[in-house]
Design a protein around this ligand. Structure first.
Ligand SMILES: [Fe+2]
Ligand SMILES: [Fe+2]
Length: 144
């Protein structure tokens, strides 16, 4: 296998891990919205309900691109912890959003090395979305 093919395989594997993470996030935020109670919970619920369509958009884009690259899109969610208490829940979400930023940034670089400009730009946009999600979660966390 030559270097380009190896890099392309690595990217495909990375994108499939990202996709599993997105499915997990969609499920996690849907679950957490249902469990968010009280005034602060209502605030969180509002934020999560706005983020779910973003994550679904990410998942749909990744599914398309993996398929277009000849891969088999991951249709299983990464496992996630059923935390229902507000603070630990938000701390976990923040950690996961920051992890997503890191992964998308890493994979954007890999896409750039392979000359995949559209993918690179789109992954950077997705990193920016996750970064915004992290900022919003952080704002609630600071008030707890
Ligand atoms: Fe996402
Ligand atoms: Fe996110």
């Amino acid at each position: 296998m030559n270097e380009t093919m190896q890099a392309s395989e690595e990217l495909l594997k990375g994108l499939n891990d990202d996709l599993a993470a997105e499915w997990g996030t969609i499920m996690r935020y849907t679950f957490q919205s249902a469990k968010a109670l009280g005034l602060r919970g209502a605030e969180l619920r509002e934020i999560l309900e706005k983020e779910i369509p973003d994550e679904l958009g990410h998942a749909r884009y990744l599914t398309d691109v993996i398929s277009d690259m000849g891969g088999d899109p991951m249709m299983r969610a990464r496992d996630w912890e059923r935390v229902t208490e507000l603070k630990p829940m938000l701390e976990m979400d923040l950690k996961m959003e920051l992890g997503d930023v890191e992964n998308y940034t890493k994979h954007a670089k890999l896409a750039e090395e392979l000359g995949l400009t559209e993918l690179k730009v789109k992954l950077e946009e997705m990193a920016a979305d996750e970064s915004r999600h992290a900022r919003e979660l952080n704002r609630i966390l600071k008030g707890l």
